[in-house]
Design a protein around this ligand. Structure first.
Ligand code: 1Q0
Length: 214
């Protein structure tokens, strides 16, 4: 369970995603990872049924943090510099996972796809009716995004896990930012930033034909 300094706070997560955007449309890696780490803290409070999801996300965050702590840390400051560096030095497996199975580019792409889910999920929560089912909002967002990249067994496990999610208002009240209405207002302020981060990354990956990295 999260408590004390470890407790989830929606504000912190949203601030982190807002801080990703640089003046030159660059996407900064550190706040991006900080945003995901905050979300995973929250995910861990929802029950062990979500462990398989948080484990995978933590592994991916760790891979990217290792690059940020390596001698090449400057190359991984932004998504743009990472793509440029890894492509220029042949550090990305483009066709089949082989020599560089954990490149920054393919690892980041997995989180980027999950960001699309997050964007749709938060938008669904924001605009949903008071008593709407979080599980339905979550599966709809998942089916329209991440599910397209997952094999049947993972889609099945994810769908089963979604059933335990509490109702929309309980969910929003657990965000530690006040009432459900206040949480909705905060989501409204932050979502445009999340969308922007997503769009810039999508455009960059499309330009370099990296959207299908194995
Ligand atoms: C609130 C409910 C959260 C539900 C999370 C939905 C996402 C489901 C994703 C299922 C992932 C299953 C684990 C394994 C997947 C990998 O095969 C896959 C591909 O990687 P690879 O190396 O095999 O090519 N990995 C991924 O697709 C990455 C998945 C990352 C998912 C990160 C989800 C983190 C969720 C955080 C909870 C957010 C709570 C929202 C709070 C809202 C506040 C109003």
């Amino acid at each position: 369970m999260a408590d004390g300094a470890d407790a989830f706070c929606l504000r912190e997560v949203l601030v982190a995603f807002t801080a990703c955007l640089g003046e030159q449309r660059e996407v900064r890696v550190d706040p991006y990872l900080a945003g995901w780490k905050g979300l995973i803290r929250f995910l861990n409070t929802l029950g062990t049924v979500f462990s398989f999801i948080s484990k995978d996300a933590v592994t991916k965050i760790q891979i990217l943090e290792n690059y940020r702590n390596s001698d090449q840390r400057e190359k991984y400051l932004t998504v743009q510099s990472m793509v440029e560096y890894e492509l220029a030095n042949g550090l990305v497996d483009l066709k089949k996972r082989s020599e560089h199975p954990d490149s920054g580019c393919r690892t980041f792409l997995r989180l980027h796809r999950a960001l699309r889910w997050l964007q749709m999920f938060l938008e669904g929560l924001r605009t949903g009716e008071e008593d709407s089912k979080t599980s339905v909002i979550c599966s709809e967002a998942y089916n329209a995004s991440l599910a397209n990249y997952h094999p049947w067994i993972i889609r099945k496990a994810a769908t089963v896990a979604f059933y335990v999610l509490p109702t929309r208002n309980t969910f929003l009240e657990n965000m530690n930012v006040g009432t459900a209405d206040e949480a909705v207002a905060m989501l409204g302020d932050a979502l445009p930033f999340i969308c922007k981060v997503y769009d810039i990354t999508e455009e960059l990956y499309a330009q370099h034909k990296l959207l299908d990295l194995p």
